[in-house]
Design a protein around this ligand. Structure first.
Ligand code: FMN
Length: 504
């Protein structure tokens, strides 16, 4: 059940989240009705429900003995995805999907004034590190790519270089990398730019660069402009560099950011983005320094300094490289709240008015992407989700975003940029004189009692629980309206009262 989409869907998303999203899925091949089973599951996984419903079309699973489930890779060792039940429920869910208020929407936008056919770009990393990979991505539908950071000094990569924290469905919550920059020479990368520009003139190449001094920053920018890049992105934020005055050390110094941005501006006429580090308390002063240096926009966030875990058998932190590890950059869904906070800070800063924001950090679905846009990001970049799921997710990013806009009657993506910015206020301005109480919906409550436990031990002891009938009851006098109960409810059975009551 997905309540976050604001309409009540009955298909079991826990089943969908079990799906391994296989390459060339065997479930699809097994369907006697030739339904693209795997593609439907993928669309649902990425919250593109309407597309899932459309692909399901007239499929009728009623009398089918579900060969798709027998073919499911999971059936070899455990319980396969309950595809038949998901599809039967999805057929009913077709009825609750909201109608389109408009038929055509425009999701084009720009990055520092350069047109993007849609808001989605690959962010600078391994996913945009070669001609073949960018070509594949462009053909799949990505609007552009911030190419893997180009530099003129050699890289010394470690192996292995990744570690992750996973959720129960084996998907990344967070992902750590200790990777450095492009391992191609500057000339090789310029050749890639030339080829891509020639073959894909409509796609936007953002050249991510890192120099060791002002001359190098300027000269890299000049070369990238000549080779066909449309925007320069200064990597002031890689946490995995060995030397001083490189990577995130720059992004922690307003003085260096201003100086190097100015150098880049002197080398090229292209728009310039300063990609900033979240490994700092306040990004705004550094962003202002970038603006002073001539930057046209800010990219944020790069990865967050992290240790994902320690192997309790070997006693070495992950990833273990010859018995040792280092602090590395964290990305993926876990960093999204931190990224959103930085995007919001930058978008609300008066001194930065008019600057483009290219947002990233944990975007997986169109829904995540939209949140970045609503807080002020005009373009959206992604790496970790692509590393995990592949370029194919662009279909559900675009499809899901378009569907949302059609249902809401929003004709232009641009009108969404910053639309929620004003809802973030300072601590003195939040309403503190009223309380809204939680309301239990007994039709959907399954009587698990988790709200009771949480309220007893982590709340205000304001829920009673009848063990005979397995019924929780809110004690009005004790409830302070913190809504911890709502957060822990697995059935989405606790709502919010429509009345705000003044605190006595
Ligand atoms: C393996 C890996 C390599 C990366 N390399 C670079 C890089 O060369 N330059 C750069 O600016 N950012 C680099 N990043 C950071 C990403 O571009 C992005 O800012 C960050 O991962 C947050 O987005 P995400 O959560 O969508 O991955 C890298 C990230 C990962 C995971």
């Amino acid at each position: 059940m997905r309540s976050d989409l604001q309409f009540h869907l009955t298909y079991d998303d826990a089943e969908v989240n079990k799906c391994l999203l296989c390459h060339e899925p065997l479930c699809t091949g097994a369907c006697p009705q030739k339904t693209p089973v795997g593609e439907i599951l993928r669309s649902l996984y990425f919250l593109n429900v309407k597309s899932g419903v459309d692909k399901l079309a007239n499929t009728d699973c009623t009398y089918c003995n579900a060969p798709c489930e027998k073919a499911c890779i999971l059936s070899a060792g455990s319980i396969p995805v309950g595809i038949r039940d998901v599809f039967m429920a999805l057929k009913k869910d077709r009825e609750v999907l909201p109608d389109h208020r408009i038929d055509a929407v425009d999701i084009s936008t720009d990055i520092c004034g350069v047109r993007l056919e849609n808001p989605f770009l690959l962010s600078s990393s391994v996913v945009a590190s070669s001609y073949d990979m960018c070509k594949r991505a462009f053909q799949a539908g990505w609007a552009g790519a911030s190419f893997k950071t180009i530099c003129s000094f050699p890289q010394h990569e470690a192996s292995p270089r990744f570690s992750s924290i996973k959720n129960h469905s084996n998907a990344f919550c967070g992902f750590k990398n200790i990777e450095q920059l492009s391992d191609h020479s500057v000339e090789e990368n310029m050749e890639i730019f030339r080829k891509l520009k020639e073959e894909f003139p409509e796609k936007v190449i953002v050249a991510s660069i890192m120099g060791q001094n002002e001359e190098e920053w300027a000269s890299l920018a000049e070369k990238c402009e000549k080779a066909g890049a449309s925007v320069i992105e200064c990597n002031f934020s890689c946490p995995n560099m060995e030397d001083e005055d490189l990577g995130s050390t720059i992004g922690q110094s307003a003085e260096l950011v201003e100086r190097f941005t100015r150098a880049v501006k002197s080398g090229a006429r292209l728009p310039v983005l300063a990609k900033l580090t979240p490994n700092i308390t306040d990004m705004v002063p550094v962003a202002i320094a970038a603006k002073r240096g001539g930057a046209d926009g800010i990219s944020a966030i790069n990865t967050i300094n992290s240790i994902t875990g320690v192997n309790i058998n070997t006693l070495v932190a992950e990833p273990a490289v010859h018995g040792k590890s280092i602090i590395g950059g964290y990305s993926g869904p876990a960093v999204k709240p931190i990224a959103l906070r930085f995007i919001s800070d930058i978008s609300r800063a008066k001194e930065l008015e008019g600057m483009h924001i290219s947002g990233m950090g944990g975007i997986e679905t169109w829904y995540d992407a939209l949140e970045f846009a609503l807080l002020g990001a005009g373009s959206l970049q992604m790496t970790t989700a692509v590393m995990q799921f592949g370029y194919r997710i662009i279909e559900d990013l675009v499809g899901g975003l378009q569907e949302y806009m059609k249902c809401k009657g929003i004709a232009s993506f641009r009108s969404l940029i910053g639309a929620a910015s004003g809802t973030i206020v300072d601590h003195q301005s939040i309403e503190r004189d009223f309380v809204v109480y939680p309301v239990i919906n007994y039709d959907t409550c399954n009587g698990c009692g988790r709200c009771y436990i949480s309220c007893m031990d982590g709340g205000h002891q304001a829920i009673d629980f009848d063990t005979e009938t397995r019924t929780p009851r809110i004690i009005g006098k004790k409830c302070v309206g913190c809504h911890l109960c709502r957060q822990v409810c697995a059935m989405d059975a606790i709502g919010v009262s429509s009345k705000a009551v003044p605190i006595q």
